[in-house]
Design a protein around this ligand. Structure first.
Ligand code: GCV
Length: 695
């Protein structure tokens, strides 16, 4: 029996090997190559270089240009290319990161950087993307919509990642890098090459900055030995056009000493108006810039969820941010000050109104190198939220959206949920990417994000990256990293086109695979909303880990604003949170037409109905169904969609390597069970209020 088993296994194995031997599909792929699994040229492609510096042509290429050349030599299969850049001082340092591609009279291609050398790198990846996705190469001029396109890593110095679902941190592992290098140099070298792969992947989608640590920041991050690690990381990322930034703990001066202030000892206060505190931050900034001359700046979570901040000293966010901004200004660094603030004042204040209440009075009071970082929605990365009204309320302060790539509330790395459709919905509400195609304006021109007073323009995405073989846990979660970069570069791209691009590059360009899987990706976020919290329901997750359903959640030790029952307010009379003018008045924080639209249940989009309104179970929806019936139908629709994804994936077997097929399959089965659990649990819970009405 044993022998038979072995033979049977061998036969099966050889069948599998045969299947893949005649295709480009490897038998086993761990997904580590991401969307960059290009075939290496047998013979290097022809690439010429024409670099000038203020008229002279004796310039040797920077590392960045070398990378661009090497990428094209290895992978480009089209016409010969000439790379051209004028590295005159002005363009090199301040010029934009864009590029132009032209056809030359001899049939070759010209790739010209608009300003900085990284334009050549972005141009190289642009060409390779067109090649790999089978698109024509036409003359083009490209420049990014957002100046700063950043990842935020919520990585802790001990190597754990807050809301990370793909293994441990790629940056940190308990001790500073210098200690690790001393202990095991080969492991250290491996780590550097991993960081280089990370940098390459980011450069290929235009990401140009990264915040290396959690916004719930350890003060130790600013200790000299860790700053030395930051230098090491910055040195690896720099050639790929990526600057590093740090999250800082506002009370750091009370925990860490700095040379030249208070005899190198920590201070007794972190009051931003205390001259010693300001001197501490100046000295720290100087120390950082000595190690990392192009350091980007600080990201700050202050007076939120227990983090220290200027409020501890009765100072405003502006006073806190400005003090840090002054320390960074001589080095051209910036402060990204987060608007994700709320306290435990439920009953007094609706949490979703907090940011406007706190930041609107400070509009125009921030230094010019401060930018307010605002989550897309006013609550917390829910499967669906309206946009944050703070975007409508600041007119003299630069703002940047914070999106969440890691799927904290969208099935984490276990559910296939493509987020580009959600981000596009947000951009549309904000008017980002609505400038006409032929317009010379930037993609953010028609939106509240374009501040006439400031050249700062930025966007951040909370990363979903860890040490897992495939970086992101779920193979399809890679698409969210990819889509974030692509949309940060060009928010006018459609989610569908990005999905297709990603599928072609990551798996295969076979239309039998790409077409159905594009449909799966495109519908997956709405399916998730349906099986988790349709019609504007929100925050009915299990406490703390935010994974499964807990509409009954009412922990007595929690503040109201963490409790699911506080958000859905289900009772015999109805369900939903009244935030209209007859409720908390949150609708008044929006600009028109949204203020009016959201304020009435008759005009409020149904997908946000229960976010803004408390309505009877018998409320009639547009299609004539009652609210209760509609809610049940949405839950069922979500489950049906996931059932269909499981079936579709079964048809994809011939197009995917064995490992990725199996891993995606397992996760889809899991998602299917979870979707059913969400439906059954929520409907059963809500039924106790809805059913007595005879519904
Ligand atoms: C980093 C939510 C998350 C927290 C996160 C916080 C934030 O509350 O659950 O893990 O903390 O947002 O964005 O600061």
């Amino acid at each position: 029996m044993k022998k038979w088993n072995k033979r049977w296994t061998m036969t099966l194995l050889s069948l599998v090997v045969c299947q893949f031997a005649f295709s480009r599909i490897p038998v086993i792929d761990d997904g580590h190559q991401l969307w960059l699994s290009m075939l290496h040229n047998q013979q290097l492609a022809k690439v010429q270089l024409s670099l000038t510096y203020d008229g002279s042509s004796t310039v040797s290429p920077s590392k960045t240009v070398e990378i661009a050349i090497n990428e094209l030599r290895r992978y480009w299969r089209g016409a010969p290319i000439t790379l051209e850049a004028d590295c005159g001082q002005k363009q090199w340092e301040q010029g934009d990161e864009g590029f132009t591609i032209k056809r030359k009279t001899d049939g070759g291609l010209l790739l010209k950087a608009h300003g900085r050398d990284v334009g050549l790198l972005y141009g190289a990846y642009y060409l390779l993307r067109l090649q790999e996705t089978g698109q024509p190469i036409n003359p083009v001029e490209q420049r990014p919509a957002f100046g700063l396109r950043l990842l935020n890593h919520w990585d802790n110095l001990d190597g754990s990642i807050e809301r990370g679902y793909a293994g441990r941190s790629i940056f940190w592992n308990n001790s500073p890098l210098s200690t690790q290098a001393a202990a095991n140099s080969s492991l250290f070298t491996l780590h550097s090459s991993l960081l280089e792969e990370y940098a390459r992947a980011n450069a290929s989608i235009g990401i140009n900055g990264t915040v290396l640590n959690n916004v719930n920041a350890s003060p130790r991050m600013l200790a000299t030995e860790y700053l030395d690690s930051v230098r090491t990381i910055a040195d690896v990322l720099r050639p790929y056009g990526i600057r590093v930034y740090l999250s800082v703990n506002f009370a750091s001066p009370m925990k860490v000493g700095v040379e030249g202030v208070n005899g190198g000892k920590p201070l007794a206060t972190a009051d931003p108006l205390d001259p010693q505190v300001a001197a501490w931050w100046k000295a720290k900034a100087n120390e950082i810039y000595r190690l990392v001359p192009d350091f980007g700046g600080f990201l700050v979570k202050a007076n939120s969820e227990g983090q220290p901040g200027p409020g501890d000293y009765k100072r405003t966010h502006a006073e806190g941010a400005n003090m840090l901004a002054d320390a960074l200004a001589p080095h051209k660094g910036i402060v990204m000050w987060r608007a994700f603030v709320y306290g435990y004042h439920a009953g007094v204040e609706d949490r979703v109104m907090k940011a406007v209440n706190e930041f609107k009075p400070l509009d125009g009071k921030f230094r010019s190198n401060v930018i307010i970082q605002i989550k897309n929605g006013p609550l917390d990365f829910q499967p669906r939220e309206p946009y944050s009204p703070l975007f409508d309320q600041l007119h003299q302060t630069p703002m940047m959206p914070e999106l969440q790539i890691t799927q904290e509330y969208l099935g984490q790395s276990r559910h296939l949920v493509y987020l580009a459709t959600m981000w596009k919905e947000f951009f549309e509400q904000l008017g980002v990417g609505t400038a006409p195609a032929d317009s010379k304006q930037t993609a953010v021109a028609n939106s509240p994000l374009s501040t006439l007073h400031s050249p700062l323009s930025a966007i951040a995405g909370v990363a979903n990256i860890g040490l897992d073989d495939n970086w992101c846990g779920h193979h399809f979660s890679q698409a969210n990293w990819y889509a974030f970069g692509r949309l940060a570069w060009d928010p006018q791209l459609s989610s569908r086109d990005i999905a297709r691009e990603w599928l072609c590059q990551t798996f295969t360009d076979d239309s039998h695979f790409v077409n159905p899987m594009t449909d799966v990706m495109e519908t997956s976020r709405e399916a998730c909303v349906d099986y988790m919290m349709p019609l504007g329901l929100h925050h009915i997750f299990k406490g703390d880990h935010h994974y499964g359903p807990e509409p009954e959640g009412n922990q007595p030790n929690f503040p109201d604003e963490w409790k699911p029952v506080w958000y859905h307010k289900a009772e015999a009379g109805g369900i939903g949170f009244n935030r209209s003018s007859t409720g908390t008045g949150a609708t008044a924080q929006y600009r028109e037409p949204y203020r009016t639209l959201y304020d009435s249940p008759e005009t409020c989009p149904e997908q946000l109905l229960l976010w803004f309104h408390h309505l009877p179970w018998t409320f009639l929806m547009a299609d004539g169904k009652t609210l209760w019936q509609s809610l049940q139908d949405h839950y069922q629709r979500g489950v049906d969609m996931v059932d269909s994804y499981v079936e579709t994936w079964q048809q994809m077997r011939p197009y995917v390597d064995v490992r990725r097929f199996r891993e995606v399959d397992q996760r889809l089965q899991h998602q299917q069970q979870n979707a059913r659990e969400w439906r059954d649990h929520c409907i059963q819970y809500f039924r106790q209020f809805a059913q007595p009405l005879g519904e």
